[in-house]
Design a protein around this ligand. Structure first.
Ligand code: DGL
Length: 281
């Protein structure tokens, strides 16, 4: 039994979709969430830069907040940094890519599946590799035909709180053209921000396409790891949440309440260390 909090981070608000799933599944666990809103979006940045940010944040969560496990609630950071973080830190680390692929392959019937994500995530090839690790087969043994599409601009819509409206619809229609043309029967929202756009994405893809988010499957993975390692909280009362933002705390609360709910009523500011080009921490 271990009453230390779970740590979680994202470039901004997208990880709140994973936080919600985790709180629902493990309501007695304390959570420390860090949104790196001062440096979002991660998608267009180099994988090296995202790896550096992820390392700084994990260091803060582990060293200053004594978390017992870290959820990398961002596909771009998972693609760029999960392997490195596992090497750098002693706590268990959970990313969102493998859980997402598991969820996707469990729902598809035809095997024609799509993944949408940031330029960084899709360009990294992480999803193609993750599908390959499952021998490119669905749960029913059918071969997987994977179509990936990068969707620059969608994260910015969410971070501005523009989760509906004509401008969002036009952009989503244009960006989803490749997965629509591929005739996928299920589409993984391979960016934790995208569930906030699920209504529009669903409208564009049509009622026959199942939208899959990695949030629930990631929460199940966290529960499995904590249970197996004897790290579940002893308490039976509701856990607490602590919210940290590298951007302005009041702005984080404002949009956080809109996206997550009224319980996100205060946030702390964190100023990440400045790293000069070429300098390692
Ligand atoms: N939520 C992050 C992800 O899952 C968004 C990345 C970004 O900031 O561009 O990829």
């Amino acid at each position: 039994m271990d009453d230390r909090p779970i740590g979680m981070f994202d470039s901004g608000f997208g990880g709140l979709t994973v936080a919600r799933a985790l709180i629902d599944l493990l309501p007695c666990e304390d959570l420390v969430y860090l949104g790196d809103t001062a440096r979002y979006p991660y998608g267009p940045r180099s994988l090296d830069e995202v790896r550096e940010f992820a390392s700084q944040i994990t260091h803060k969560l582990v060293e200053e907040n004594a978390v017992k496990l870290v959820v990398v609630a961002c596909n771009t950071a998972t693609a760029a940094a999960l392997d490195t973080l596992r090497y750098q830190f002693d706590v268990p680390l959970v990313g969102v890519i493998d859980p997402g692929v598991r969820a996707l392959l469990s729902v598809t019937e035809t095997g024609r599946v799509g993944v949408i994500g940031t330029v960084g995530t899709i360009g990294s090839g992480a999803y193609q590799r993750a599908v390959g690790r499952r021998r490119s087969l669905t749960q029913t043994g059918r071969p997987v035909d994977l179509t990936c599409a990068a969707c620059p601009g969608l994260v910015e819509l969410v971070e501005r709180g523009e989760t509906s409206g004509d401008a969002a619809l036009v952009l989503v229609e244009r960006l989803l053209a490749p997965v629509r043309a591929a005739g996928v029967d299920s589409l993984l929202l391979g960016c934790t921000h995208y569930p906030y756009l699920a209504r529009i994405i669903g409208e564009v893809m049509g009622p026959d396409v199942v939208l899959v988010s990695s949030a629930d499957e990631t929460a199940f993975e966290v529960r499995g790891i904590l249970s197996e390692a004897g790290l579940r909280s002893r308490t039976t009362s509701a856990g607490s949440q602590r919210w940290i933002s590298s951007g302005e705390a009041s702005a984080f609360v404002r949009l956080g309440q809109h996206l997550f709910g009224p319980e996100l009523d205060q946030a702390e500011h964190w100023g990440p260390p400045l790293v000069c080009k070429g300098e390692r921490q």
